[in-house]
Design a protein around this ligand. Structure first.
Ligand code: BTX
Length: 333
């Protein structure tokens, strides 16, 4: 079975937006027999596509498989560069590892690594990231922006804004951002972001932006140690969420906002980020490797540095820390 023909048929059916496409048309377009088309349709059904035969009209797609395979993601994707190359694997240790390797081998700007499950998904400081099979979107995006290395940390903030916009658009939920990299729904974490850098004397070679989106998990799908602090879009909205649509929307906003940041700077995005932030204006505890500070989070600078005012009136610039809100009982790591 020629897999390229199978994928071309799927693409053609998806793009016809629910209209039936005749078997003869498909056979003529793809230069194969009608019997071959029928066999490819069976193949697609085995892959989880719901395809209806409409009498005298042809084939119509009625259901997409619940996978993150490139075909489904790229059909209808509204981006120019992000997601035009997708490396998809059903399972892996961590998409960050694959993305680092691909970046070193010269993968183009906008390459995305996507998987259904990770056996060693990682968070910051080598923490574990729980990546349940077929329930989330675990991905790494390779970007090659022409910016100075000190502009790299803001990409985490820009990504957070893109994640919030995508979740809002697809589910109507209203997530909040906890500085610098957590996306929360009702105080629980639904997404984590991990930005890593490949750089040399010439500057940034590649940014590897890891995004872990909890989408359709139930509470029991999470490891016991995160069940009380994690949530998924399904748990919050009460409905299963189309993973393909969410990833497409996220890639769209990633392209929009990363370009905005690269071309126009951080000012506009900072306003968006602050509007979604749960941290700003709140009393917080910032745990850093060498000290812990408590105070009011007053805002972020144009460099993405958190401004924390302690009780003695001093303003501290926090570059990296774990933040706890000190005015609520529920705490996220
Ligand atoms: P972080 O260090 O801010 O958060 C990690 C902490 O979050 C863990 O210690 C745990 O308490 C909690 N946690 C673990 N798994 C989950 C989960 N599924 N939902 C909610 N909370 C959880 C955040 O690091 C950055 C995570 C990036 C993950 C992506 S997935 C694709 C890519 N590949 C990879 O290996 N990592 C990134």
């Amino acid at each position: 079975m020629n897999i390229t023909v199978t994928l071309k048929i799927a693409k053609r059916l998806i793009e016809s937006n629910g209209e039936a496409v005749s078997g003869q048309h498909l056979a003529d377009e793809l230069g194969v027999s009608r019997t071959a088309i029928w066999k490819h349709i069976k193949e697609l059904e085995e892959k989880g596509y719901g395809i209806e035969s409409v009498k005298k009209k042809g084939y119509r797609i009625v259901m997409l498989p619940d996978t993150l395979e490139p075909l489904g993601i790229q059909t209808g994707l509204k981006t120019k560069s992000i997601g035009r190359e997708i490396e998809y694997v059903e399972s892996c240790a961590s998409t960050q590892i694959i993305a680092h390797q691909l970046a070193q081998e010269g993968a183009p700007d906008g390459t995305v690594v996507l998987t259904e499950t990770q056996t060693a998904g990682r968070g910051r400081l080598a923490r574990k990231w729980d990546s349940a099979a077929n329930k989330g979107a675990w991905m790494s995006i390779i970007l090659r922006p022409d910016v100075a290395p000190q502009k790299a940390p803001q990409f985490t903030l820009v990504t957070a804004v893109a994640v919030v916009r995508a979740i809002e658009e697809v589910t109507g939920l209203q997530p909040q951002i906890k500085w610098p990299n957590d996306i929360l729904l009702n105080g629980k974490k639904c997404t984590g972001i991990l930005t890593e850098l490949q750089s040399d004397a010439d500057g940034i070679q590649a940014l590897i932006i890891g995004i872990g989106l909890n989408i359709n998990q139930e509470k029991d799908d999470f490891d016991a140690e995160v069940q009380d602090i994690a949530t998924s879009l399904k748990m919050e909205s009460g409905e299963a969420v189309n993973r393909q649509k969410l990833v497409q929307s996220l890639l769209f906003y990633m392209e929009l906002y990363t370009h905005m940041y690269i071309e126009e700077g951080f000012a506009m995005l900072k306003i968006l980020w602050e509007s979604y932030s749960t941290t700003i204006g709140q009393p917080v505890r910032a745990r850093m490797t060498n000290q812990t500070l408590e105070g009011i989070a007053e805002g972020i600078t144009d460099d993405g540095v958190l401004q924390l005012r302690t009780a003695d009136g001093k303003l501290h610039g926090i570059y990296s820390a774990d933040i706890e809100m000190t005015n609520e009982s529920r705490k996220t790591p």
